[in-house]
Write a new protein. Structure first.
Length: 241
């Protein structure tokens, strides 16, 4: 399996002279070539002090690896603390400093790895969310947002990703993501990658949603055709250095 930290940092590109914009929030995309020459996609969402980055097949949607967690940022350095890393679990808990530059719609890490901006992270649902409740057997069961076992859903203005993981054991439990739209109380996901079942890639799911008391209520049918009612709350924002 690919070491995603290496892919995050290394890819030939000319050096950008200087950062002209320190805003990293939103969705970003890059790519890398596999050993057989096939192109793969790198997708990254940076939002509200949290980030998630995933590698998957450009045309197949085949999941390769994911990593992410919390971050803080200065005008020239991105400090990340890993909460999950499917390819290198020993990274969980580590904090790494990565120099960066943003010029126009391009983000470059360590003067090498280039990312193209896809959106600026604005939207009603944009943010980092943690599951707070789920209806099971007709009863809404609340879930504590503290503790090592977590399910996070992070959205930019157009991209989403959910990740289930355990920060204590460094265990990665699953992820899925792609593009979404949210309008007039309807939330639509288009699955671009799914670690547990690649057959679901390309599927479109529609849900009703509303924000009530700063909590996202999410109802519909899941990707495995089961009724779904979940609630999600915002994760506390991290402040930049």
């Amino acid at each position: 399996m690919k070491n995603l930290t290496v892919l995050l940092l290394l890819s030939p590109l000319c050096l950008l002279a200087q950062s002209t914009d320190t805003s990293l929030e939103g969705a970003w995309e890059s790519s890398f070539a596999a050993a057989d020459g096939a192109e793969n996609t790198l997708s990254m969402i940076v939002q509200d002090g949290y980030f998630a980055m995933t590698a998957y097949g450009d045309t197949s949607g085949q999941f390769i690896a994911t990593l992410g967690g919390s971050y803080t940022v200065t005008p020239d350095t991105f400090f990340v603390t890993y909460e999950f890393d499917s390819s290198t679990p020993e990274n969980v808990g580590r904090t790494v400093a990565m120099p960066y530059a943003v010029t126009g719609s391009l983000l470059v890490f360590n003067a090498d790895k280039a990312w193209q901006r896809l959106d600026d992270g604005t939207g009603e649902l944009a943010g980092a969310w943690e599951i707070t409740g789920r209806k099971e057997d007709g009863e809404m069961r609340r879930r504590p947002v503290t503790g090592p076992r977590r399910t996070m859903k992070i959205l930019s203005g157009s991209r989403f990703q959910w990740i289930a993981y355990n920060t204590e054991t460094a265990e990665f439990l699953g992820t899925g993501g792609g593009t979404y739209s949210a309008d007039d109380g309807q939330y639509i996901e288009r699955i671009g990658f799914f670690s547990r079942d690649p057959e679901r890639v390309g599927k479109q799911l529609s849900f009703d949603y509303k924000i009530r008391n700063d909590e996202w209520h999410h109802t519909g049918v899941s990707s495995d055709d089961r009724p779904l009612y979940e609630t999600w709350g915002h994760r506390p924002k991290n402040e930049s250095k």
